[in-house]
Write a protein that binds this ligand. Structure first.
Ligand code: KG4
Ligand code: ZN
Length: 346
């Protein structure tokens, strides 16, 4: 698809949390480059993302990351048609680095500025991985800050069917990982530990699973894990010790609870809204049992399923350039006084 019969190359910039990323994407789906500079090693020492440090590291990295994205794509600024940037939601200081950079580039190069919602980016990762994937579809967006069930009616209209009332799924993964001594970033570490564990070792609650509607809640589940750890320790069976359960058993039991809730709620919404396609997006969508659980459930229900390739599940700028392309095609662009909005809504 072309906007006025030319190839449209968008430079995407993403800096909402702890990855500084830039990418060049052609016509919304063809990734010419995708550069990600991760701050994970820095934040690991602190057990989580430190916002001030994140902002400073974005500042240090952003110019180099953008130049590398152009170089990898084999293009110069002259070949870029628009500048897309995540303008929210996220950490305000981190977002500001990307937004200021994008505004400066758009102004000096005299190219359109496309402020882009971070979650629209995550959802668009599906368009890159599966070139035939198009709305309408139902998408489970699960990241460190969000757990939303969204009906994507077309490239412009997003209907939120349900969302978490408290912690996001990724946040729960991160907090449980910390509690059982696996450290940061929690999601991948819990998944890895769980591979050696028994998912039936402890039956943790499945919040909201029996309720009508499509909301989630993960703070109770996280508390149930913490309470279990405390009780076991008080009875001389601390997790990870000779008498106690292993970290792997806790990780597997916790992960099984999260996956069951996410899969059940998604399939419930898919049935109620008679959708024929289901997708998944966001950092937690890299979780293998979740991907497989949803894939199997969709297969059984005769529903087409898509998930982004692993590198496009967590934060990246290719997804931002892709989402921006579809908004731009609908005539949307941003003024040069665009601001970072940590609470931007869809
Ligand atoms: O989308 P993302 O990169 O950043 C946000 O927008 O929040 O998501 C990060 C979240 C973190 O909470 C991280 O622990 C989780 O995604 N995550 C995972 C996995 N990989 C990343 N959670 C479960 N299993 C994984 N394999
Ligand atoms: Zn994200």
């Amino acid at each position: 698809m072309k906007i006025d019969n030319r190839y449209h190359r968008i430079l995407g910039i993403e800096s909402s949390c702890d990855e500084t990323a830039a990418a060049v994407v052609e016509d919304g789906r063809k990734v010419l480059s995708n550069v990600i500079s991760s701050q994970v090693p820095t934040h690991t020492i602190y057990g989580g993302v430190v916002p001030e440090i994140a902002s400073r590291q974005h500042l240090d990295a952003i110019d180099g990351v953008i130049l590398q994205a152009l170089k990898d794509a084999g293009v110069t600024f002259d070949d870029i048609d628009a500048i897309a940037v995540t303008d929210g939601p996220g950490l305000v200081g981190a977002l500001l680095v990307g937004v200021s950079e994008a505004k400066g580039l758009a102004y000096s190069l005299n190219k359109p500025l496309l402020g882009t919602h971070h979650l629209k980016g995550h959802i668009a990762a599906n368009y890159i991985t599966n070139q035939d994937w198009e709305p309408p579809f139902l998408c489970l967006v699960v990241s460190g800050g969000h757990t939303d069930l969204i009906l994507i009616e077309d490239y412009k209209n997003y209907q939120i069917l349900g969302r978490t009332r408290d912690d996001a799924a990724g946040e729960a993964f991160d907090k449980v990982a910390r509690a059982i001594g696996l450290g940061y970033p929690g999601g991948p570490k819990v998944q890895k530990a769980a591979e050696q564990g028994n998912p039936d070792a402890v039956h943790f609650p499945r919040p909201c699973i029996e309720e009508e509607g499509y909301d989630f809640s993960f703070s109770g589940l996280k508390s149930a894990v913490l309470n279990f750890l405390n009780q076991e320790a008080m009875q001389g069976r601390a997790v990870g010790t000779e008498k106690g359960l292993s970290q792997a058993d806790i990780a597997a039991s916790f992960q099984a609870a999260v996956v069951e809730v996410l899969v059940t709620k998604t399939m419930q919404a898919a049935r109620d809204y008679h959708v024929s396609r289901v997708a998944i997006a966001g950092g937690v969508s890299a979780n293998k049992p979740l991907r497989e659980g949803l894939r199997q459930a969709c297969l059984k229900a005769g529903i087409e399923f898509n998930c982004p390739e692993f590198i496009l599940c967590t934060d990246n700028a290719a997804m931002i350039a892709s989402a921006a392309y579809y908004s731009w095609e609908k005539g949307e662009s941003s003024p040069l006084d665009l601001n970072a909005n940590p609470n931007l809504t869809l």
